[in-house]
Design a protein around this ligand. Sequence first.
Ligand SMILES: C[S@@+](CC[C@H](N)C(=O)[O-])C[C@H]1O[C@@H](n2cnc3c(N)ncnc32)[C@H](O)[C@@H]1O
Length: 528
Amino acid sequence: MSDPREKKIAFEKHIRFSESSLWELQRCYYDKVGIDAWINVIPFYITSNPFIATAYAQITTKFIRDWIEKNPEARKHSFYIVEFGAGPGRFGYYTIKAICELLHAAKMSDVLVCYVMTDCTRKNVEYYKSHPALQSYIDKGLVDFAVYDLDSKLPINLLKKNISLSPGTLFNPLIIFGNYMLDSITHDLFSCQDGKLNELLLNFSTDENNLIENIPTDLSRVTVDYFAQEIEKKVYYDDKNIDSILELYKDTFQNTSFSIPIGAIRVLDYLKSFSGDKLLLITTDKGYTHLESLDYLSPSISFHEYGCFSMMLNFHAIARYCKNSGGDYFFQTPRPGIKSAVFCCGFKLEDFTSLGLAVNEWIEEFSPVDYFNLHRQMSDMLNTCNLEAILSHLSLSHWCPNFFLKASKKIIDLLASADSESIEFLSHNMAKLASNYYFMPKSECVLFEIGVFFHAIKKYAEALEYYGKAKPFVGEQFGFFYNTGLCLYHVGKKKEALLNFKNAFRISPDSKETQKWIEYLEETISDK
Ligand SMILES: C[S@@+](CC[C@H](N)C(=O)[O-])C[C@H]1O[C@@H](n2cnc3c(N)ncnc32)[C@H](O)[C@@H]1O
């Protein structure tokens, strides 16, 4: 928070937003914090859970199927799926996993796909490259990586395959994912009032002690003032397609401010040239989809306390841009929360039947935002939920570790009175839950909690298996050794149990329980 008594200095004056240094400063922020940005700092569950990943995978695989049906030659060539601004990489992992499972189920495992995880910061890309969950996909050539700045409009250099995706190199349409991303690249701001169109020029200010050589060190302490300047000419961008969107807004709006996601539009224009002007984009963000929702708004850039900024994305302008250039789009009926949308260039969605059905099912009928809204309420109400409701939500979530970790204590409490069907159902799906584990530093490990579940239902061999799987991630902890000791005792391995209790005692010498176990086992082992 800025101190109101501090002297404010304008470090940028009367600047067009897309030309502001703020975009570069935001990239520097991500570069500085790297993967730490995702450890209890920037919330990312909403766009990085197995449900949203399944939705994207369903739409993508149906598109691939339809495309091959119409273009049999396509089967001989790779489908590149590029995720921009992949953040911590968890969405990418869930998505390529779901795509492979769906292709397998559809007997299409021979289709060549390559999922490319990209981010502007090398630190994130380095993190994915060595991530244990991704290694088997990397080995099979199903996953690749690139450091990529969407504002650069340069070829995408794949770090594993050592090839470049660039204009004219792809046979099949490029498939693009970008969540909470298109609002992170350059925008311009405008206003309409009394039939006039104005560009908004911006002054960015901050307190004096937040500036080093006229550069703010903490973006959360930046404030902004807007100055409207009438645009009299019909040509602003020198691009008929984008200028026609400004013209439409000028003729439609009564009194509003809006943004043009110029970075997103320009990069789509460039990326579609990779694959003969054909491209499919699936994206989720906060923003405005419908024309009427863009009227009567004030300009707004949100500076977040964790050090970067975001805006509401003008989905409508991207849709107009795609439509004007012969493409298409699908918006969900507006509902509270984030919005998911599908855009395409070079073809119409209605020409692809399975794709259309999948878009309807996963974007309109029950979409990522519906899942998230329900998930949030379920998480808040866990204490009053019965086991049946928790199991149904786990199933709806596609066995999401994040929800299981929230619910595991409650599940263990409810196991005492649970029926055998519920216990069977949970046990049966533990492997799915485990396969969704994506390691993040300083975060809980679901593999250990699965061990606790099996331990609680007295399936000691299974509990030991999961405690063992958790060990590389949880390290040498009291809980690990103590629980492992208990399970080893129950499967009759007393000597190994003793060793584990001794390790536990080394870590927590105050534990009376551990001491008793050591004494008891030493006695029983020496009695033999
Ligand atoms: C708000 S985060 C979203 C991360 C993730 N997609 C999610 O849904 O949580 C924005 C991501 O975009 C990346 N980013 C920011 N500016 C970028 C740019 N110009 N080009 C490519 N990536 C960028 C950041 O490093 C960050 O990972």
